[in-house]
Each structure stands twice: as structure tokens, then as C-alpha cells.
Design a protein around this ligand. Structure first.
Ligand code: SF4
Length: 202
């Protein structure tokens, strides 16, 4: 019936996957205006675009009450595209500042305080908006807490017995307190925060 795009979080790119898969041209990119445009007369509510969007910015309504509900949700959404561009646990690194190489690990963990190392591989990288901002991860921890991201290699996997990625290695005063394995989304971030605190206080 209709497609809606949440432009508050959409990066409005020509390369939009939803535009690419739309079989009817209901969703297209207007080169002149430089924006994604919607023609709901052409939409057949197939849902292809919705499945394609990695950040959940596209929604398809099958009837008018669904349309109104989604429209209201978009109107009350407090997120902005800025939320896409902060470094996050469980998502592609945005800033080189957080990235380290495996040979730097030894030096980085020798710090009087807390150091968190997110070990990841390509398969463990998730959508930006569903992952957790790094600043939230350490918001209740001392200000000198450090966070780094490290792409795993075999030696590291063996050394820390890592089975599931991303894996968060937590060090305090140079000693390993423990690890938390697996992906945590925005929805279950409180569980992750509790686990971090438990490891640091055990
Ligand atoms: S629901 Fe189908 S027809 Fe409608 S905009 Fe999305 S891909 Fe195009």
C-alpha cells in the first residue's frame, strides 16, 4: 500500500539498497534533487526495500492504520543521522583512533586503569544504529577507561580462547578480568553493562 522512509536516520544515498531492489520504481533516487523519492501509487507492498535497509529506516504499511502508526513512530523518533556517525561496539569502526594492531595489544593493556578491547571479525560487524555507542559502554566507568578495537588473528583467538565475536576483553591494571563474547544490540545493552560491571567487581 505504501512505503515510508525515516529520513531522520536515513543517509539518503544514491546507493540505497531499497531503491536498488524496488521492482516498480516506487522508491527511486532523484538525481536533480539529490534525494530518495517515494511514489506510493506504484508501491505494491512487497517489502523488499524494508528487508534491504540495514538501519531499519524503511517501513512498508499494508493498510492505512499501519501507515498512521509508522508515521507517528517516525515523527516521535529522537534519533538523527548523527547517531550513525559515532563509534560503536559491535559495528564497523568509524574512527581510526580506536583501531589497534595485534602487535600493539601488549602496550595498550599495560595501563593503570581499565582497558576494553573489542575483538571482531567481518562476520561480527552489525548495523550501526542497532549497535551500542562506545561512550555509553564506559559511561559509568572511570574517565580514564580506554577502549580499542582489534581485528582478530589466529594467535589472538588461541591466546584468549575466543569462540564468539565480537569478544570484549576487559583488563584492569594490566591484568585480564574476563571476557564477554557475542553480539549485544541496543535493546540488550543493559545486560552487557551489568556483565562488564560484574567482571570488574569480582
Ligand atoms: S514495498 Fe516493494 S514496491 Fe513498495 S517501495 Fe518497497 S520494494 Fe518498492
Amino acid at each position: 500500500m505504501a512505503v515510508l522512509v525515516n529520513f531522520k536516520i536515513c543517509d539518503n544515498a544514491k546507493e540505497c539498497g531499497g531503491v536498488a531492489v524496488c521492482p516498480t520504481g516506487a522508491l527511486s533516487f532523484d538525481e536533480e534533487k539529490g534525494t530518495i523519492v517515494i511514489d506510493n501509487d506504484k508501491c505494491i507492498s512487497c517489502g523488499k526495500c524494508e528487508r534491504e535497509c540495514p538501519i531499519g529506516a524503511i517501513s512498508v504499511a499494508k493498510n492505512s492504520s499501519e501507515y498512521d502508526k509508522i508515521k507517528k513512530e517516525i515523527e516521535s523518533d529522537k534519533r538523527t543521522t548523527k547517531d550513525l556517525f559515532v563509534d560503536r561496539y559491535g559495528a564497523t569502526p568509524l574512527s581510526k583512533f580506536f583501531m589497534i594492531e595485534s602487535q600493539q595489544l601488549k602496550d595498550k593493556i599495560e595501563h593503570n586503569g581499565i582497558v576494553m578491547i573489542e575483538c571482531y571479525n567481518d562476520d561480527s560487524i552489525q548495523c550501526l544504529l542497532k549497535s551500542i555507542p562506545i561512550k555509553e559502554l564506559s559511561q559509568d566507568l572511570p574517565k580514564d577507561t580506554l577502549f580499542y578495537k582489534l581485528e582478530v588473528d589466529e594467535e589472538l583467538i588461541e591466546q584468549y580462547k575466543l569462540n564468539n565475536f565480537p569478544s570484549l576483553l576487559i583488563f584492569k591494571d594490566g591484568k585480564l578480568c574476563g571476557k564477554i563474547e557475542g553480539y549485544y544490540s541496543e535493546d540488550d545493552k543493559e545486560i552487557l553493562f551489568e556483565k562488564i560491571n560484574d567482571l570488574l567487581n569480582k
